[in-house]
Write a protein that binds this ligand. Structure first.
Ligand code: HEC
Ligand code: HEC
Ligand code: HEC
Ligand code: HEC
Ligand code: HEC
Ligand code: HEC
Ligand code: HEC
Ligand code: HEC
Ligand code: HEC
Ligand code: HEC
Ligand code: HEC
Ligand code: HEC
Length: 290
């Protein structure tokens, strides 16, 4: 590079620095001017006269709509002030990674209501703002009997096809769900009401069938149509006696003596020859009558 060119370049650089410096000074001056607003705020000490009123719960809810709604609809016994649990809030700092530290602990207020086997509360009570909404997850499967001994024992003690069903095949979807029989079964006759099923079939021991005296006899007709037809057409007074008044349990055969003394008119000798009442009276569902 020649000397001449080098000198020329130096001059150019010096000039640029000078221009830049001038511009910088001018810029700072105009920034100072812009900071001077025309209308500066007026001082109002009354704004600071009162102490701040703590937020009401519904005000927390203005921002935390989901939490408020959960508590409102499903909060149950947790429907008290947020701050009873959240003694510290708006204090989460990702840099300090203090989330767990500021969140409320169940143990502040609760012991171990289900014993020392089930102490990870939040595993099951996933949402403390809707504490009773426990989802039916694999977590609950197979441990029902820890908390529901009586039902599990009942199913074992009275073996039936329901004993072979997993609890959550019926109690599916969510904890506490109660199924209707119609999810899996047809009624015995078309108009049979769902509400009647459990009068005859206690669901955890469905084969224990106690028959109330006033059961709808169309049920019996569904499986014993021959007997039903005989009984329905009989001119004898047994036609006024309901099936379940005699058959108080399913399959039970009553003794005549449950309801009848041997009539005085009945000759002892004849009775000795025909020890069974039905030897003469033939068909209990259709007694021969004059
Ligand atoms: C019975 C105690 C209890 C009450 C009452 C309660 N919370 Fe919570 N809340 C908790 C617990 C425990 C957690 C931590 C949940 C977790 O770790 O998953 C939590 C978490 C939160 C979170 C952060 C986690 C998230 O779900 O976004 C917010 C926000 C929150 N609560 C707001 C509220 C508001 C607002 C109210 C009142 C309207 C309220 N809470 C009432 C116990 C409570
Ligand atoms: C003006 C809106 C607003 C109000 C009112 C408000 N919060 Fe919050 N809150 C937020 C925001 C934004 C966050 C951070 C984002 C998030 O977690 O949803 C937050 C986070 C939280 C958290 C979790 C994180 C933390 O730092 O604690 C809790 C708990 C909480 N709020 C409780 C409350 C309670 C209790 C009230 C009422 C006393 C309340 N908030 C009122 C906006 C609000
Ligand atoms: C600030 C205290 C407090 C905290 C923290 C708290 N609870 Fe509660 N909880 C209560 C009170 C009070 C009740 C009603 C007590 C009673 O009836 O025995 C209750 C009731 C419940 C119920 C029954 C709800 C109902 O409607 O019947 C469940 C479930 C429950 N709590 C679970 C939890 C779990 C899980 C946690 C932690 C995530 C927790 N609680 C944290 C105070 C608290
Ligand atoms: C394995 C799951 C599971 C765990 C873990 C668990 N719970 Fe529960 N808890 C339940 C179920 C299910 C219910 C019944 C909810 C309902 O009424 O539908 C319940 C009910 C409750 C009730 C109401 C009591 C009642 O008799 O109605 C309280 C209070 C409670 N739990 C607190 C806790 C606390 C505190 C912990 C932790 C120490 C905890 N739970 C751990 C499943 C669990
Ligand atoms: C950690 C304890 C716990 C476990 C595990 C548990 N439950 Fe419960 N369950 C409860 C409590 C507490 C209640 C409410 C009080 C009561 O009715 O006994 C309840 C109530 C119920 C109810 C009655 C709801 C109503 O409307 O009466 C059903 C049904 C039920 N549980 C089924 C189950 C089934 C099925 C399982 C297993 C998949 C299960 N539970 C596991 C504690 C538990
Ligand atoms: C074939 C379906 C079915 C099976 C299997 C079943 N349940 Fe039930 N369960 C029901 C029905 C229906 C009810 C409602 C009974 C009522 O209203 O009297 C019920 C009621 C309950 C209740 C509420 C309290 C009560 O007795 O009324 C509990 C708790 C319960 N079941 C637990 C269990 C457990 C635990 C198992 C497994 C060991 C189980 N159930 C198996 C259908 C079933
Ligand atoms: C989730 C399905 C389901 C529900 C809900 C259900 N059951 Fe069943 N039930 C079964 C199955 C499966 C069998 C066995 C059927 C078979 O082997 O043909 C059965 C068998 C029965 C039996 C015969 C029992 C035996 O050992 O012979 C009776 C009675 C019965 N159910 C009544 C009811 C009644 C009443 C209800 C309602 C309270 C009900 N069930 C609800 C699934 C269910
Ligand atoms: C008046 C009593 C009564 C009523 C009400 C009743 N059942 Fe039955 N159910 C019986 C008898 C009795 C049997 C036969 C049991 C046997 O074979 O040992 C039976 C059998 C069953 C069986 C076993 C399968 C079969 O068909 O043999 C199922 C399933 C059943 N009932 C479901 C229901 C349902 C669902 C309802 C309600 C819609 C219902 N029952 C109402 C008395 C009743
Ligand atoms: C779902 C079909 C079904 C229904 C409904 C039904 N039964 Fe039966 N019943 C049977 C079956 C199957 C037997 C034979 C198997 C047995 O002994 O359990 C039987 C047996 C009987 C027996 C005993 C028969 C003997 O030879 O010992 C009597 C009595 C009886 N049922 C009466 C009734 C009455 C009364 C009703 C109405 C409340 C009724 N049944 C409803 C299916 C049914
Ligand atoms: C007055 C009492 C009485 C009434 C009412 C009655 N039964 Fe019977 N039932 C008996 C007696 C007793 C026997 C046994 C008969 C025998 O040993 O031959 C019997 C037998 C049966 C048997 C088994 C033998 C057979 O004939 O198949 C069935 C099924 C039966 N009854 C169903 C019914 C039905 C269904 C009704 C209503 C429509 C009904 N019973 C009404 C007393 C009664
Ligand atoms: C649940 C009770 C009950 C049982 C069990 C019972 N009966 Fe009757 N029986 C009656 C009633 C009620 C009448 C009507 C009585 C009246 O109106 O005076 C009756 C009437 C009769 C009559 C008169 C019939 C008529 O139409 O005048 C004869 C005969 C009779 N029963 C025989 C028997 C025999 C035989 C048995 C056993 C196989 C038997 N009963 C079982 C309740 C029963
Ligand atoms: C040897 C045949 C015979 C035997 C056995 C018999 N009865 Fe009779 N019973 C009759 C005759 C015949 C009548 C009258 C029929 C009529 O008047 O229609 C009668 C009538 C009745 C009457 C209705 C009239 C009255 O007197 O109240 C009853 C009730 C009765 N018997 C019950 C029984 C009982 C219960 C037994 C079993 C302990 C029995 N009978 C055994 C033949 C017999």
């Amino acid at each position: 590079m020649s000397n001449h060119i080098r000198t020329k370049k130096l001059i150019t650089i010096s000039m640029m620095v000078l221009i830049a410096a001038t511009l910088l000074v001018a810029g700072t001056a105009s920034a100072q001017q812009a900071a001077m607003r025309d209308n500066l705020p007026a001082i109002d000490t009354s704004l600071y006269a009162a102490e701040p009123i703590p937020l009401r719960v519904d005000q927390c809810g203005q921002c935390h709509t989901r939490h408020f709604r959960d508590l409102k609809l499903s909060g149950g016994k947790h429907q008290f002030d947020c701050r009873e649990c959240h003694e510290v809030f708006h204090a989460y700092n990702p840099q300090r990674n203090n989330y767990a530290e500021i969140m409320p602990l169940c143990a502040t207020c609760h012991g171990q209501p289900h014993g020392d086997k089930h102490i990870e509360c939040i595993n099951c009570h996933e949402n403390p703002h809707a504490p009773k909404r426990v989802p039916m997850t694999h977590r609950l499967e197979g441990i029902c009997s820890d908390c529901h001994g009586p039902e599990a024992t009942e199913l074992q003690k009275f073996p039936s096809k329901h004993t072979e069903q997993a609890c959550n095949s019926c109690h599916h979807s969510r904890h506490g769900y109660i199924p209707v029989c119609a999810e899996c079964h047809e009624p015995h006759f078309a108009t049979q009401a769902e509400a009647t099923c459990m009068q005859c079939h206690p669901v955890h021991q469905p084969r224990t069938i106690a028959l109330a005296a006033d059961v709808d006899l169309k049920t019996c007709d569904a499986c014993h149509s021959d007997v039903y037809a005989t009984w329905d057409g009989t001119p004898s007074k047994h036609g006024e006696v309901g099936c379940a008044e005699c058959h108080t349990e399913h399959g039970l055969i009553p003794a005549c003596s449950n309801c009848h003394e041997t009539p005085a008119s009945h000759n002892k000798k004849l009775m000795a020859m025909f020890p069974k009442c039905l030897d003469c009276h033939l068909d209990v569902h259709d007694l021969p009558v004059k």
